[in-house]
Design a protein around this ligand. Sequence first.
Ligand SMILES: NC(=O)C1=CN([C@@H]2O[C@H](COP(=O)(O)OP(=O)(O)OC[C@H]3O[C@@H](n4cnc5c(N)ncnc54)[C@H](OP(=O)(O)O)[C@@H]3O)[C@@H](O)[C@H]2O)C=CC1
Ligand SMILES: O=C(O)C1=N[C@H](C(=O)O)C[C@H](O)C1
Length: 241
Amino acid sequence: MRIALLGYGKMGKTIEQIALQRKHTIVLKQSATPMDITKLQNADVAIDFSIPKAAFNNISTCLDLNIPVISGTTGWLDQYHEICELTKTKKGRFIYASNFSLGVNLFFELNSKLAQLMANFKEYSVDLEEIHHTEKLDAPSGTAITLAEAIMDENERYISWKYPANEANKNQLPIEAKRIEDVKGTHQIAYKSNIDTIEIKHTAHTRDGFALGAVIAAEWLYNKSNPGVYLMKDVLKTFTA
Ligand SMILES: NC(=O)C1=CN([C@@H]2O[C@H](COP(=O)(O)OP(=O)(O)OC[C@H]3O[C@@H](n4cnc5c(N)ncnc54)[C@H](OP(=O)(O)O)[C@@H]3O)[C@@H](O)[C@H]2O)C=CC1
Ligand SMILES: O=C(O)C1=N[C@H](C(=O)O)C[C@H](O)C1
């Protein structure tokens, strides 16, 4: 596949390495300069890992050009619905995931199952904590928001999530975000009662898991003939079916 990288920072560069190992070609390495439309038009698929304020424009430009696009950029989801509508109108192909790593997608499943199990045990309250490197632009992380939304789907006590955690009322799921140099991404959920604590945690040791998942999703979307908005769950079904 000829891949356009929209965003050539920490993730763009890691994705490049994995894509080359998988025999793909990089036709565009786009950074914060005006989009190189000529090179983009030459791509089979685009992978956006940029910054919150650039993601909408990057994705919609790809949809306008009929290029399948996957996005891992976080912090722009107030415009997700608009992108879904545009994907429908343009009969395009699009995937967003707050986290493309296999490990975190397994952790998403574990989180939902634990939330289901705990929903009727009112003596436990939930805390969510994420830790990332100090260059991260958004807080809380996209992954933390996905985890919180899945808990809210199961547990009627929580009607929204709140960041920072110390401002949460009893019906808001508190999210704590810490920034520590070089941390790739840690997410922890704790169910606390006066008697005990039950915790689950995912720790990313490198960015390779995010990048491999993104390249696999791009390969999957490129080979998908039907237009639509897809999820990482759809991609992973292919491997577990
Ligand atoms: N979904 C997932 O699995 C994961 C998601 N992420 C998310 O991916 C995003 C990128 O992360 P990361 O690589 O660490 O961040 P970096 O800051 O390292 O890289 C961001 C890149 O985007 C570039 N950029 C800025 N404006 C534009 C634009 N208009 N068009 C294209 N590129 C632009 C920057 O260019 P310049 O250097 O010139 O400023 C920079 O190269 C973040 O939102 C992060 O949360 C990260 C890891 C995993
Ligand atoms: O910015 C990062 O680095 C990461 N961002 C994603 C998020 O916001 O959830 C995924 C991963 O945790 C790394």
